[in-house]
Ligand binder design. Structure first.
Ligand code: PGA
Length: 242
């Protein structure tokens, strides 16, 4: 299985950030793992320009969220079809910041997942427990429920990202054993060719250990994806990952 290293820029990035993408593309052209896909999900304003400028490189681009409908009276929203039109290949859905900031439910996440598939793109479906849920020993139950309610029944063309909410942007990560346990659990609920990413404070310093874990098929990277100097070593850490 090819690894997927995905960068989620969140609400960071102006047109000038193209220089970071150019630097990453240059590094990857010089040396990159053959068995790894690399994705950047910049703010929606940059997807079309980046997809066009970097179309000849090994970097793909994606959206961070989408509306469930293909078009309509939804001021400010962006449909999956619009991301496809802009040159995106994948769209993140259900990120914990969307769930928290916009009250997105698992049902919303399922609708968005179906929208991404309808547009011919691949959804990256995010799941993960809060700190309180982990401390209460409920992490597997919570993630199991999220998967049950947000994975599509009619397609296996999706990626799952396990992102413990308490590990996002905090510098904290679960133990390698806890990541292994959760990824084995998610694998038991998905087909063997579905890629399962780990996300939450992935950095150049911990990427190799995390990516070496069974059933970790890549990473969803926030802060460390903004600079080519941080993101490239994470891409390289995926080299040789089966
Ligand atoms: P982080 O974010 O790498 O900055 O913790 C990960 C994410 O939110 O996808």
């Amino acid at each position: 299985m090819r690894a997927l290293i995905a960068g989620n820029w969140k609400m960071h990035g102006l047109a000038a950030f193209r220089s970071e993408v150019a630097a990453l593309a240059a590094k990857m052209a010089a040396s990159a793992p053959a068995d790894c896909d690399v994705l950047i999900c910049p703010p929606a304003t940059l997807v079309a320009a980046f997809a066009k400028e970097f179309s000849g490189t090994a970097i793909q681009f994606g959206g961070q969220d989408c509306h469930a409908d293909p078009s309509g009276a939804h001021t400010g929203d962006i449909s999956a079809e619009m991301f496809a039109d802009a040159g995106a290949g994948l769209v993140i859905v259900g990120h914990s910041e969307r769930r928290a900031d916009h009250n997105e439910s698992d049902a919303d996440v399922l609708s968005k997942t179906k929208a991404v598939l309808r547009a011919g793109l691949t959804p990256i479906i995010c799941v993960g427990e809060s700190e309180a849920e982990r401390k209460a020993g409920k992490a597997l139950d919570i993630v199991g429920g999220q998967l049950e309610r947000s994975l599509p029944e009619t397609s296996d063309d999706f990626v799952v990202a396990y992102e413990p909410v308490w590990a996002i942007g905090t510098g904290l990560t679960p133990t390698l054993a806890d990541i292994a346990e959760m990824h084995a659990f998610i694998r038991s609920k998905t087909r063997s060719d579905v890629r399962i990413l780990y996300g939450g404070s992935v950095k150049p310093g911990n990427a190799q250990d995390i990516l070496a874990i069974d059933n970790v098929n890549g990473a969803l990277v926030g802060g460390a994806s903004l600079k080519a100097g941080d993101f490239y070593p994470i891409v390289m850490a995926a080299g040789g990952k089966q």
